[in-house]
Write a protein that binds this ligand. Structure first.
Ligand code: DAH
Length: 494
């Protein structure tokens, strides 16, 4: 499913085997003063935890969480909680955060960078107006700690509380977010987002004139000569409506203009650094030297209207980098700040970092290999990543029949262990292969004409970023994957 643009391309790597600690106590290194461990010797398996009686709980960072039939977060995923790549000084995710924060300076913007990833379903979905049947709520897409608690799937989960806190006119939040998803070079189940927002208060702007105040603030933003395509109207009655009972069209024109100019400024800041890096690395190809082009497209998010996405033309393709819009007034009313109105955006940090540093594989962000980490220094010094190796791929196929009760590979909306979902396959593969798996692709699928059973074939690409894998190693991993698929998903191997 597409929760929204901004995160999906931004997933990272698995710490191999750390996730398979079934029934084990798991301790992981620190968020400062924080710990994570399993409290009992509960059999925690992936992707589905069999619920079996008694007081079973997870203790994470000193807090105990009951587990139930919704629990689907494996230990391998919990082991990412302390990593905080967005705060590691010379890490490319952190450098990207710092570059973006420059476009949203304090004191207008407060920067929140240390908000814990375990949130309530209410924070992650309800507070933002996600409908009950939104696919984002499904257990196939989201990691549930229990039926009321999830690993946040986006930084927007904190919008309501920060609006309520009302500390400054604007803010950014950078944080790790978690989504069950496909495996490939741009998807990883843990990644980082930055959320940003800017509000104006009807009671505080001169003469109560929001329109005038916003245009005046826009005038103070840095100008740019970026080529921007923006073919759609700011407001479209069906596709991108005004919140007519709360905002005038003049207000929304002003807020959208301020939003777009602010984000265009951010893109200019980012990509002029990327270009400098490419040129310094001797890459003066025509596509690098072409003037930067961006375009605005219409979008939909449950918590903004009108909504937009920003795409950047980069090395031959339009690439979506962020989602944004005019914040739904209900959200602000519910947060106790009914007189405020304004905009918000969310951007995937790894996706931007991959462009900024020319990093070809999202798994690399999680590498502890000094050959990766030592290549980055500060935001004043963006450099193009130099690949240190390209080890051979090892492709292995696995074909199986689904259980006859599994009728569809589409996203089940309920917590139904019988439903097959591709993300369950992905999780089995990740849990066993960790960062040794580069991608997993569905290569064949058919339905038996008589029995009606479905058969699927996946091709798994085993490739290490750090060394050459032997065929025996790949075989061993692959055999474990095959066994686990049978055990966990009840498939029949062909
Ligand atoms: N939360 C969205 C996502 O994860 C991104 C987003 C879109 C954030 C629009 C916003 C926004 O604040 O206004 O894809």
């Amino acid at each position: 499913m597409k929760l929204a643009a901004t995160g999906r391309a931004v997933r990272l790597a698995w710490s191999k085997r750390s996730g398979t600690a079934i029934g084990a106590r798991l301790r992981v290194e620190a968020r400062p003063q924080q710990q994570l461990r399993f409290q009992s010797t509960v059999v925690l398996q992936t992707p589905i935890i069999e619920h079996n009686s008694k007081t079973r709980s997870l203790e994470i960072d000193g807090k105990s969480h009951a587990i139930d039939e919704w629990t689907n977060v494996p230990p391998s995923i919990l082991s990412f909680l302390p990593r905080n790549l967005h705060l590691r000084p010379s890490h490319p995710v952190s450098i990207t955060r710092q570059v973006i924060e420059r476009s949203f300076p304090s004191p207008t913007y407060t920067h929140y960078n240390d908000i814990h990833p375990i949130v309530t379903v209410a924070q992650n979905f309800d507070s933002l107006g996600f409908p009950q049947d939104h696919p984002g709520r499904s257990r196939t897409d989201t990691y549930y700690i229990n039926k009321d608690t999830v690993l946040r799937t986006h930084t927007s989960a904190h919008e309501a509380e920060i609006f309520r806190d009302n500390k400054s006119e604007g803010y950014t939040i950078s944080a790790d977010v978690y989504r069950r998803d496909a495996i490939d070079r741009s998807h990883y189940p843990v990644f980082h987002q930055m959320e940003g927002s800017r509000m104006w208060d009807r009671r505080k702007v001169p003469g109560g004139d929001i329109v005038k105040a916003v245009w005046a603030d826009l005038e103070r933003l840095p100008k740019h000569d970026l080529e921007v395509e923006d073919p759609n109207p700011t407001i479209h009655p069906e596709r991108n409506p005004l919140q007519g009972e709360h905002h005038s069209s003049e207000e929304v024109e002003a807020i959208a203009a301020h939003l777009k100019r602010s984000l265009e400024g951010m893109v200019v800041e980012l990509f002029s650094r990327a270009k400098k890096a490419a040129v310094a690395a001797g890459n003066t190809n025509a596509d690098v030297m072409e003037p930067l082009k961006v375009r605005w497209v219409e979008a939909y998010f449950p918590f903004t209207s009108p909504s937009y996405e920003l795409e950047v033309f980069w090395q031959g393709d339009w690439l979506e980098i962020l989602g944004c819009g005019v914040t739904k007034q209900e959200l602000l009313i519910n947060a106790g700040v009914p007189d405020q109105l304004g905009w918000a955006f969310g951007v995937g940090l790894e996706r931007v970092a991959m462009l900024l540093f020319s990093i070809p594989d999202i798994r690399l962000f999680w590498s502890k290999d000094p050959r990766f980490l030592s290549q980055f220094s500060t935001m004043e010094n963006i450099n193009t990543f130099v690949p240190f190796s390209r080890h051979p791929s090892c492709y292995k196929d696995v074909s199986f029949w689904l259980r006859s009760s599994s009728s569809s590979a589409g996203g089940g909306l309920k917590a139904n262990a019988q439903d097959f979902h591709e993300n369950d396959v992905m999780e089995v593969v990740r849990d066993i292969g960790g960062d040794l798996v580069e991608d997993v692709k569905l290569t064949d699928e058919f339905t038996h004409p008589v029995s009606g059973r479905r058969s699927l074939c996946y091709r798994i690409n085993y490739r290490s970023l750090e060394r050459t894998l032997t065929n025996e190693e790949a075989n061993e991993l692959h055999n474990s994957v095959r066994e686990r698929l049978v055990k966990k998903l009840g498939v029949e191997l062909r």
